[in-house]
Design a protein around this ligand. Structure first.
Ligand SMILES: NC(=O)c1ccc[n+]([C@@H]2O[C@H](COP(=O)([O-])OP(=O)(O)OC[C@H]3O[C@@H](n4cnc5c(N)ncnc54)[C@H](OP(=O)(O)O)[C@@H]3O)[C@@H](O)[C@H]2O)c1
Length: 250
């Protein structure tokens, strides 16, 4: 890495599109903008954001809450970005245009959403819940979202990240030095390469990424999971994810 010239680290995504500019989406944009301070010599990725409101109205909002981010229409978000993050309420997922999430450079689509506060999946997504004897299990909603995205045309890996930290913490918990708070970064088998790129981004943001395979495991740190809301070290989070099946009663 050259001394005074900021640059993207090899493998670090150079651009992120975020669909949803509410609490989670704008705090993620701010956290990405802090990368040059937390990882000196590294450029922040370009951040593009879209919401239901038109770009002109969104631009005004971002000027206040995430000034480095660029306002776009949803159909422009993935045209030239390497990751697309879904940061809309789960109950509104059926209103997004899934094909817009993937463009020619997209490595993966990151699901940041949670089932939360009594709101769950829209009917369109519910039909993708795994059919498991004995009823629903923790993590099934997350599996259904991924299956629904694939069915609707997402051909790149579906990833899971930033769901296990509140927007408040995302604004303040990134650190340049140990001890680092751990964040989970997941994919299914086959998504390892995209997941590794996302993990580099999480590390540049001042967190310790803990990678896991099997999106349903995320439930240990989702709302109602045993590790939800905790500020885990990497070892603690790795243990939670490794032992997810016993914690979750699978
Ligand atoms: N808040 C947190 O601390 C946190 C932490 C982790 C995960 N999450 C998860 O993140 C998701 C978003 O939560 P939030 O708290 O950020 O919600 P929020 O503050 O209500 O923001 C929702 C955003 O989604 C946008 N949106 C809704 N439907 C859309 C559509 N069809 N197309 C494009 N944009 C759409 C809204 O657009 P407008 O701005 O135009 O209305 C708004 O910007 C939820 O699933 C939540 O569980 C939240």
């Amino acid at each position: 890495m050259s001394g005074s010239t900021p640059t993207s680290a090899p493998g670090l995504p150079d651009s992120v599109g975020i669909l949803g500019a509410g609490r989670a989406g704008t705090s993620l944009a701010r956290a990405l903008a802090r990368i040059p301070r937390l990882a000196p010599g590294t450029d922040a990725p370009r951040v593009l954001m879209a919401a239901t409101r038109p770009p002109a109205a969104l631009r005004h909002h971002l000027g206040i809450y995430a000034p480095e981010a660029e306002a776009m229409r949803p159909d422009q978000l993935a045209a030239d970005t390497q990751l697309t993050v879904i940061a809309v309420p789960r109950e509104d997922l059926d209103e997004i245009e899934v094909p817009d999430l993937v463009g020619p450079r997209t490595l993966g689509v990151v699901d940041l959403t949670n089932s939360w506060g009594g709101y769950g999946l829209p009917d369109d997504v519910t039909s993708f819940l795994p059919d498991v004897a004995g009823g629903s299990r923790p993590g099934d909603d997350t599996l259904a979202v991924a299956a629904w995205l694939r069915d609707r045309g997402v051909t790149v890996p579906v990833l899971r990240a930033f769901f296990d930290i509140s927007h408040h913490d995302l604004d303040s918990a990134g650190r340049a030095e140990e001890p680092l708070r751990a964040l989970a970064v997941g994919s299914d088998h086959g998504g390892e390469q995209a997941r590794a790129a996302l993990a580099l981004l999480v590390a540049a943001m001042g967190y310790a990424p803990v990678q896991f395979t099997g999106l349903g495991r995320a439930a240990v740190v989702e709302p109602e999971g045993p590790g939800f809301g905790g500020e885990h070290t990497a070892d603690e989070l790795r243990h939670l994810l490794d032992t997810a099946s016993s914690h979750l009663g699978w």
